[in-house]
Design a protein around this ligand. Structure first.
Ligand code: RB5
Length: 146
């Protein structure tokens, strides 16, 4: 499974923890985030993952900024992205079951590191339920013109 990680300076510490954790398993990790705590702009780091989703066959993305809010807003500006900001395990599960989320977003300054790793596990191991949710997912990709 190929997973792209990306983050701004508010997410560097948690990104490294997640990356080290995932490398112990059979995941191919692509790191697109900053590796320092020097201030950067979170949209740039969301857009990198959105672009890779378009170009390559990535299975999932994981984004981290300080709160998780800015980077999730940025990622969700693309219709092929369903980025779910989840700082608890149940939300991670539901984001896959019901929303077929393709990016997990975490708040590096919000979530405890051990919970974050459990969130990652849950996100990567839960399948989309399909059924009644398919129509709803399709509507996300095709919003009405306003
Ligand atoms: C950066 O200081 C911080 O604003 C950013 O990481 C994020 O929390 C934005 O939503």
């Amino acid at each position: 499974m190929k997973i792209a990680l990306s983050n701004d300076h508010g997410g560097t510490q948690l990104k490294v923890i997640i990356s080290d954790y995932l490398k112990k398993f059979n995941y191919e990790i692509i790191n697109l985030g900053t590796d320092t705590i020097v201030s950067v702009d979170y949209p740039d780091y969301a857009y990198k993952v959105a672009q890779l989703f378009k170009k390559e066959c990535i299975d999932f993305g994981i984004l981290v900024c300080g709160s998780g809010i800015g980077i999730s807003i940025a990622a969700n500006r693309y219709s092929h992205i369903r980025a779910a900001l989840c700082n608890d395990i149940k939300s991670c599960e539901l984001s896959r079951l019901h929303n077929d989320a393709n990016i997990l977003v975490l708040g590096g300054r919000i979530i405890k590191h051990n919970i974050a790793l459990q969130c990652v596990d849950k996100f990567l191991s839960t399948e989309f339920e399909g059924g009644r949710h398919i129509n709803r997912i399709d509507k996300l990709s095709n919003p009405p013109l306003l």
